[in-house]
Every structure is written in C-alpha cells, then in structure tokens.
Design a protein around this ligand. Structure first.
Ligand SMILES: N[C@@H](CCC(=O)N[C@@H](CS)C(=O)NCC(=O)O)C(=O)O
Length: 228
C-alpha cells in the first residue's frame, strides 16, 4: 500500500500544503495511486514513524520518505517512467528552482494566504500556527499579511513564469514534469484555500488550468475551500 501523509484543514478532505501538492502531482504523473492520510498541524504523533515533524511523508510498502524533492528522487528511482527530475543534472537544477522560489514566490503567496490558512485550519491548530509562524517571521501574522505589498511581490515573482509559458505549454517543455509540479504546488496552495491571486487571463493562468485538469483527470476533483 502507498500512503501520503499530508496537511489538512478543519475538513480532512481539504489538503492545502504546497509541498504535499507537489507530491500529489508527481504521483498523478507516474500514474500511482495512494491512500491519503490527512494530518493537522498539531498531529505530530501521526508522523512519529517518519522520525521528523513535517509533511509530505510518503510510505510506500516498507519505505518511508519525507521532503517533497526527496520523494521526487525516490519516485524516479523506483518508478522511472515518466521521469520527474531528468537525471542528476535536472535534480540539481530543481533544487536551485526550489531555493529561488522560496525567496520570492513563496513569501509573496504566504503574505496573501496566511489569513486563509488561519480561516481554514482546525481551531485546535490556530495557536500553534500563529506562534510558529510569528516566531519564523519575526512579526505578527497581521503585520505580515500586507495584501497590497503581497500582490505587488507576487506580480513580480510571476513575471519569469509568464515569459517562459508564452513560448511553451509547460515549464518543463512539451510535457509536464518536475518543475511544473514544484512550482505548481505553490499555486495549488492558493487555489485549495479558495484564492487565485494571479490573472486568469495570462500564460500562468492558462498553465494553471492545464495543471488542474491534468490532476483532476487522474485523481478526481480537487477540494477547494469556500469563503464564508
Ligand atoms: N522542504 C520540505 C518542506 C516541508 C514543509 O515545510 N511542510 C510543512 C507543510 S506546508 C509542514 O509540515 N508544516 C508543519 C509545521 O509547520 O508544523 C518539503 O519540500 O517537503
């Protein structure tokens, strides 16, 4: 059996973590089914078997792997076709893309999404989420969640994606692969929380719709939070 431990909101069907979406998309790409094991932020005991406290964790038979890119590596090693990383050179470039996107796309989206995360998680997780994120950011969630600044930051972060996607359907070329899932995971984060802070009518908007269709064709409808 293959199990994916992934972060959920107050509803176990609402899975929203960008890193877990990377893995869902990678599993869809490989045509591998899995059982979802939703965990809340404070369900750390459910992850104890993995020897650490973060999701995604993939349990595949007797093997446990955590960290989205380590899972990509594992999947390529054990289920080579279709490929995700494109060998050692591709893997090293994907690590670079991960670091670059952690510098611009991730913080831009985080500023816009933090209030939605607070609204969608289980009330028992809220203190933990607030305290851990305020410590990490060195400011209150309210000060961090500056919407206008976040939108401007996001527009800048999306420029290279728009430029790339003007000339090709997928970030990885003619067919989707690791880079699409790595970056796409961030957009699924926003989408599942009920947001779409990029222009619908843009190369990135078109690409996201393709990626959503790719995923839904293989794994069924993607659960999305509604604003109340
Ligand atoms: N580098 C890791 C990052 C994993 C990560 O940060 N996971 C978050 C989910 S968004 C998590 O488990 N957070 C739980 C917590 O903060 O306690 C990856 O790519 O998988």
């Amino acid at each position: 059996m293959r199990e994916l431990y992934e972060l959920c909101g107050s509803s176990p069907e609402l899975v929203f973590s960008p890193y877990c979406w990377r893995v869902r998309l990678a599993l869809a790409h490989k045509g591998l089914d899995f059982v979802s094991r939703p965990v809340r932020f404070t369900d750390k005991e459910a992850l104890a078997f993995s020897g650490q406290k973060l999701v995604p964790v993939l349990r595949d038979g007797g093997t446990t792997v955590h960290d989205s890119l380590a899972i990509f590596h594992y999947l390529d090693e054990h289920y080579p076709q279709p490929g995700l990383l494109g060998g050692a050179l591709g893997e090293s470039r994907l690590l670079l893309i991960d670091r670059l996107s952690a510098q611009d796309l991730l913080p831009a989206l985080a500023r816009l999404l933090v209030p939605r995360v607070m609204a969608c998680i289980d009330p028992v997780d809220r203190d933990y989420f607030r305290q851990s994120r305020e410590k990490r950011m060195g400011m209150s969630l309210e000060a961090f969640a500056a919407r206008e600044a976040g939108q401007a930051q996001l527009a800048r972060a999306l420029q290279p994606l728009d430029a790339m996607l003007q000339g090709q359907p997928w970030l990885d070329g003619a067919a989707p692969a690791g880079a699409d899932f790595l970056i796409g995971g961030f957009l699924f984060w926003a989408w599942t929380l009920g947001e779409q802070p990029w222009p619908e009518d843009s190369p990135t908007g078109d690409w996201f719709r393709r990626l959503l269709a790719f995923c839904e064709e293989r794994q069924g409808p993607v659960q999305r939070a509604t604003h109340r």
